[in-house]
Design a protein around this ligand. Structure first.
Ligand code: ATP
Length: 332
């Protein structure tokens, strides 16, 4: 039964693609990919509250104490409002997620969402997708729709390629456009340092830069004719073995060069990360967040501290972590 009161709070993780291979451009405008996702301990929180008023209301904050909040405050001092980049209307991925669950429910009131964000905005870590995943789970619990994991994942697919993974969490191979997921074993945590950029890169622009580059390569196939990729076995072996040295040797992201071309100032930052003692570094998804893989927790702390002293926004995280999780319910 839907309820006219109460609220549900859900967390959902940001992700790193430890391997991201981009295949052919599809007529839909999406690409076929082979992605190995890892959910990391940088979490979004969404609280959904039932309202008697129909419709969806939405408020957003940067999680107090998060690097995102620190960056936002710094940028506000120089006249840039990072929070303003997040849509508050029906186009917000969390609002779209809530609308899908509302439509499946028999509740004739509305839902108010509060987003507390810690994942960089337009940072290549799927923050909006995590918000959507958290909103799906929160609204499903709030409105008593009991849609179940598969149905929620199908709704998630309609919202974005990374939403099903934010629901699932852990480590998974994503095929198709990234939504056909198979969980993979990674029993031992990996330690990363994230370098967050304080600016965003548009994901479509990064893909377009890759397609243009592929088109421009003399004799190279057009973007429609790139072979369908498969995840390299060695990536999965390294994850299963819990061996950061093996994983460091096989990190790969086809969007890395286009992202570095669009934001050349990231190149020296990546080099700095490696010089500080990381085993390897990679652009996360379409960037600009950089993910530095470290040998263990102590190394990650040391690398983050050293980079912090050099004025970079460095956050140690671990992965894999769980997907969207209900944290609390009040009055439901
Ligand atoms: P992608 O999943 O496309 O790679 P990303 O992880 O790089 O994206 P997001 O933070 O998810 O980046 O946001 C990308 C864009 O989506 C933003 O610039 C914003 O305009 C829009 N957007 C919609 N909903 C949200 C949301 N809940 N949080 C952040 N951005 C959102």
């Amino acid at each position: 039964m839907p309820t006219t009161s109460g609220s549900v709070t859900v967390s959902a993780p940001g992700k790193i693609n430890v391997c991201f291979l981009v295949g052919p451009l599809l007529p839909s405008g999406y690409h076929r990919v082979a992605s190995v996702y890892q959910a990391v301990s940088l979490l979004e929180h969404v609280t959904a509250t039932a309202t008697d008023e129909p419709g969806i209301g939405l408020t957003v904050e940067f999680t107090p104490g998060s690097v995102l909040a620190v960056q936002a405050r710094r940028q506000l001092d120089s006249g840039v409002d990072l929070l303003a980049a997040i849509p508050r209307d029906a186009t917000n991925l969390a609002a779209r997620a809530a609308a899908l669950v509302l439509a499946a429910s028999d509740w004739d009131g509305g839902v108010r969402l509060h987003l507390s964000k810690a994942v960089p905005v337009a940072g290549g870590m799927g923050g909006g997708s995590a918000d959507a995943a958290a909103a799906l789970v929160a609204c499903d619990a709030l409105l008593g729709t009991a849609l179940g994991t598969r149905a929620l994942a199908r709704l998630g697919e309609q919202l974005g390629a990374d939403v099903p993974f934010a629901l699932l969490g852990g480590v998974a191979v994503g095929l198709g456009t990234g939504t056909e997921l198979t969980s993979a074993l990674a029993p031992v945590p990996f330690h990363w340092v994230l370098l967050t950029a304080g600016f965003g890169i548009s994901t479509p622009r990064t893909y377009a830069a890759l397609d243009e580059h592929r088109q421009a390569v003399a004799g190279g196939p057009g973007p429609e004719h790139i072979p369908v990729p498969a995840p390299p076995a060695e990536v999965l072996h390294a994850l299963r073995a819990g061996d950061p040295h093996r994983l460091a040797a096989v990190l790969r992201n086809d969007l890395q060069e286009p992202a570095l071309t669009l934001a050349p100032r990231l190149r020296p930052v990546l080099a700095e990360g490696l010089a500080a003692g990381a085993l390897a570094g990679i652009v996360s998804g379409s960037g600009p967040t950089l993910a530095l893989l470290c040998a263990d927790e102590d190394d990650a702390d040391a690398v983050a501290t050293s980079l912090g002293h050099r004025g970079l926004d460095a956050v140690p995280v671990t992965g894999p972590v769980a997907g969207a999780q209900i944290l609390s319910r009040a009055g439901t």
